[in-house]
Design a protein around this ligand. Structure first.
Ligand SMILES: C[S@@+](CC[C@H](N)C(=O)[O-])C[C@H]1O[C@@H](n2cnc3c(N)ncnc32)[C@H](O)[C@@H]1O
Length: 343
């Protein structure tokens, strides 16, 4: 079978709503094997570059780390589904052909663009790849050539996406960027989004469409009861913790409309801990929700990008009722949410 045919079958299985978790995992493992056969970039090889790069607005993970992202089943699946849906919408709304798409932080397999490209023709869309690591751009080019998909890919750019300027003569219709960790910490998702979104053509789209980080209070006493019941009944399926979670405030929201002023406002939010707050059994966490596109949403704990981030726990940084905390977002080398006590 031609590698392109094989890749299409694996991608169909990954995206299908009928496939189960094990099949999706296997399709990604097979995909990785196929990529390694074609471009020799093996995430597991000891020789593969493992150095992160600290840039002025966040850390670019290593080429090995970027390759490993493929194995995040829910993330990869929802991002590719989201890109395919966004392109369908743009094809309906925009007259220009081909649509111009920038994959900012493409990694060594140009994974998100490559998988989505299979559902469109070169007359409909052109993907442009950008990454800070030359290794990633070189490996992506080899893969695209081996898959005979060069007609769907335009420029390959080695640059910092936080400052990159898209050629003004060409309308930019879609930006894809997955350069984030939970709580929008460490990696430069925020600065990349701020820089590139303002270069979008009218009606252009951003993937992910919406990222929200909320401050949530967890009632450990209720949570422990739910877990104890699961242990007592021997039930280890999906547990519903919604009763023990209470959103206290929205801290950061990131969309294509977000401006530098929105993000750097000080404080972003100020919160007084409610009178019933008990530091010995309440935890405070940042919960990240990623709307990749439309109804394709990753809630907290669906992937490493949305794992809850602890802010205050009974044995670490406990906070009393009535304390007032101010939050702001730092966009410098090590980005993330920061806080200070107001009283
Ligand atoms: C989390 S990986 C995602 C790789 C791939 N897009 C995927 O989804 O599997 C992030 C990628 O963004 C690149 N990157 C991070 N910060 C960047 C920046 N400021 N400019 C350009 N590329 C960057 C990294 O080198 C890495 O390849």
């Amino acid at each position: 079978m031609h590698p392109r045919q094989e890749l299409k079958q694996l991608t169909d299985l990954l995206l299908s709503d009928e496939s189960h978790w094990g099949e999706r995992r296997e399709s990604l493992q097979e995909m990785h094997r196929l990529f390694v056969d074609l471009n020799h970039f093996n995430a597991y090889e000891p020789a593969v570059k493992v150095d992160e790069e600290w840039l002025p607005n966040g850390c670019a993970i290593s080429p090995r780390g970027a390759a490993m992202c493929l194995f995040e089943i829910t993330r990869t699946r929802l991002f590719v589904k989201g890109i395919v849906s966004a392109i369908h919408q743009l094809l309906k709304e925009q007259k220009t052909r081909p649509l111009q798409i920038l994959d900012a932080g493409c990694g060594p397999y140009a994974l998100l663009s490559l998988l989505a490209a299979q559902y469109f023709s070169a007359d409909e869309v052109q993907f442009h790849l950008l990454d800070i690591h030359e290794t990633n751009i070189d490996a992506s080019k080899i893969l695209i050539e081996a898959l005979d998909m060069t007609d769907q890919f335009g420029s390959c750019i080695i640059a910092d996406a936080c400052t990159y300027q898209w050629p003004p003569a060409l309308p930019l219709h879609l930006i894809i960027t997955e350069t984030m960790l939970n709580g929008l910490r460490k990696e430069p998702q925020v600065s990349i989004t701020l820089n590139l979104s303002r270069q979008l053509a009218a009606g252009g789209l951003l993937i992910p469409e919406h990222v929200a980080v909320d401050l949530v209070r967890i009632n450990n006493s209720i949570k422990n009861k739910i877990m104890q019941t699961a242990i007592d009944t021997g039930y280890y399926g999906e547990l519903d913790f919604s009763d023990c979670e209470k959103k206290l405030s929205s801290i950061v929201t990131l969309t294509k409309e977000t401006t530098v002023a929105d993000i750097t406002r000080k404080p972003l939010e100020t919160i007084m801990l409610p009178a019933d707050h008990k530091p010995d059994f309440h935890c405070l966490q940042f919960h990240t929700t990623i709307t990749v596109f439309d109804k394709l949403v990753m809630h907290h704990s669906d992937s490493s990008l949305t794992l809850p981030l602890h802010f205050s726990q009974p044995n670490k940084n406990p906070m009393d009722a009535g304390r007032t905390v101010a939050f702001h977002y730092n966009t410098s080398t090590n980005p993330g949410i920061e806080f200070e006590f107001v009283n």
